[in-house]
Structures are given as C-alpha cells and as structure tokens.
Design a protein around this ligand. Structure first.
Ligand code: FO1
Length: 319
C-alpha cells in the first residue's frame, strides 16, 4: 500500500514514526513543508525536512524536538564570535554537517529533492522524504515592525511579535515537485499529519499544483487534528490560527481545510475523544469523522493514532 503524508516538522515527525510502526510494509512518502527553510551563514537549512529525517533515523534530540542528539555547538560559538548567522538560532556541529552536505549537493546542481534523497539515503528511514517543491518559498511574517522570516518570528520573538499575516514568498513562481506530485497521485491513502495547519500544512497546500493534485487524487484524504480539547489549546498552532482568523479547535480547523467533496482538502478527519461533540458538525460539513485518543507525546501512542487514521481512510470511500 502506498501512503503519502503531508507533514511539517515536529508534529509530523512523531506522526511519521507512528505510521511507520503501524504500517511497516507500506510504501510511505512524506511530502514535507519547505516554508521554514532558509539560507544562514552560507548554508541551506531545512528545519522540517531535517526534523523528519533525524526523527526517522532515530538521531533526533527528543527533548528539544529539533536538531541532533548528543549535539555540540563549537562551530556556532565561532559563528557568533564572528557575528555571522543569527546568535539566537543555533546551528549545532552535527546539524551543520547536514547543512554543509546539502549546500554542497545543491551547488553541484542537485535539486532539493535529489539532495534530500542523498542525505536521507544514509539511514534506513522506512519512508521517502520529499520536499513539496524544489523552489525556494520561505514563509515570511508581516509584523508591526516589518517583514521577517518565519524562523526569526518563531525563534527570536517566540511568536510574540504581532503577526498580521503569513506570506509564502515566491509561491507564485513555484511549482510542486514532480516527485511530490507523483506521490499524491499514486497514493492509496493520503494522510494530513497533525502539523501546524497554517505554516506547515497551509504552506504545503499553498504551493501551486498541490491543491489540484489532492482534488484529483483517487485516494481517500484523511487528516488528524493537531488540536485537542478545543479552545483551551495554546501554542504555535493556536497562535498561527488566530493570525488567519480561525478558531483554535478541531472542528474549525477541519472547516478551514474544507471537505474535498466541496472543493476542500478532507474526506475524513480524526479528532481527539475530547472533541467527540464536534462529530455531527463535521459530518454536516461533508467530512466523515471519528474521535479517538490523539495525544502525541514522545514515545506515546503515535502508532495507534496512525492506525486509527488509516482505518478511517480505508472505511471512508472517496466522498
Ligand atoms: N528552534 C529554536 O527554538 N531555537 C533554535 O536555535 C533553533 C535552531 C534550529 C536549527 C536548525 C533547525 O533545523 C531547526 C532549529 N530550530 C530551533 C527549530 C525550528 O524553529 C523548528 O524546527 C521549526 O522550524 C519550527 O516549527
């Protein structure tokens, strides 16, 4: 079975690990967000691709949720001393190995898809990592004090700088990558990971060609809610949803994504048990739904969440 997952970094990585455990014989492709990507200190940094790669390789720092385990920061201390890069955005020594290798491959003419295949080929990831596009489409944040890169907004200001909107810089000239397009078209199931609906999933959908591919896909499209327990949730997803005027709750996010039968993204939506009260509203939106335990704590029941999403997909014929 070919499963294609739309995913961002941290939430996507946990879900991908669970999916690999839930469907060990499946052919899993992960179409990853590239909006967080940036050039820094002369190297190309791809936070979501790297979070996914490191997590699937089992070499990720599970406490921080990003970067490499047993990392050191000797080079970044030198960069800081030279005033090169961002002093508040740490490029660890092992992590820099990834960025240097990627940059070398890109400078030799590789596409980001090819470079990602080379880097991830070092491990048995059990999934194919695909950037949603080979073009550069950084997410910029329009704040009171100017336009900054998403990573500056998120890491330097901790998302406290008032954001007016998110802009996918260069999206109009970008195109979904051939490999990502094929992964959506050829899938038996398309899953939308419980990643940030705005700056991870939204920025995947915002790449020209993706929405059309999803609409035309023969596979059922099933999403997993990134929010549990409705409005009570704080955190980046809630902050980003506020920026675009969407309530931070499971039903509102599904409504924002829309039912595929009505021109949107989803055939079905898996919500947490705490949000079971929203199941009727979801069905009225044309979205099949189920309520199951969803908490994706590290080492938690991610495989069960993935199994439940697959069950919902396989019972939910294309709406
Ligand atoms: N997040 C931080 O909070 N502080 C950092 O210094 C930092 C550095 C960093 C370097 C490479 C990389 O791939 C990710 C990094 N992140 C850092 C995490 C990053 O902000 C997240 O992975 C996502 O981009 C946001 O969801």
């Amino acid at each position: 079975m070919r499963i294609t997952v739309l995913a961002g970094g941290v939430g996507g990585a946990r879900f991908a690990l669970g999916l690999r455990e839930a469907a060990p014989d499946a052919d899993i492709a992960i179409v990853a967000n590239v909006g967080d990507d940036l050039w820094l200190a002369g190297v190309k940094v791809c936070p979501d691709l790297d979070s996914l790669m490191y997590a699937l390789a089992g070499v990720n720092d599970t406490e921080r949720g990003w970067g490499r385990a047993s990392e050191s920061e000797r080079v970044s201390a030198e960069l800081r001393a030279y005033g090169v890069g961002w002093p508040w955005f740490t490029l660890g020594d092992l992590d820099l190995g990834t960025h240097l290798a990627r940059t070398a491959l890109l400078r030799d003419g590789a596409t980001l898809t090819e470079a990602t295949a080379r880097l991830s080929g070092r491990w048995e990831l059990g999934a194919t990592l695909l950037p949603v596009t080979d073009d550069e489409v950084p997410t910029h944040v329009v704040t009171d004090t100017g336009v900054i890169h998403f990573e500056e907004w998120w890491v330097r200001t901790r998302a406290t700088a008032r954001a007016h909107r998110f802009v996918q810089h260069g999206a109009e000239r970008a195109r979904v990558s051939p490999a990502a397009l094929e992964a959506i078209r050829g899938a038996d199931v398309v899953l939308v990971a419980p990643s940030n609906p705005v700056v991870s999933i939204g920025t995947i959908l915002g790449i020209p060609g993706v929405r059309d591919a999803i609409a035309a896909a023969s596979a059922p499209v099933v999403g997993v809610s990134p929010l549990i327990g409705g409005r009570a949730v704080r955190g980046m997803a809630a902050t980003c949803l506020e920026v675009i005027g969407v309530e931070p709750d499971a039903v509102a996010v599904a409504e924002h994504y829309g039912a595929r039968s009505r021109g949107g993204l989803l055939d079905a939506w898996l919500v947490a048990e705490e949000d079971a009260s929203g199941l009727d509203a979801l069905r009225r939106l044309g979205i099949r739904a189920d309520a199951r335990p969803l908490l994706l704590t590290p080492g938690g029941p991610a495989a069960q969440v993935a199994r439940d999403a697959l069950a919902l997909a396989l019972e939910a014929p294309r709406a």
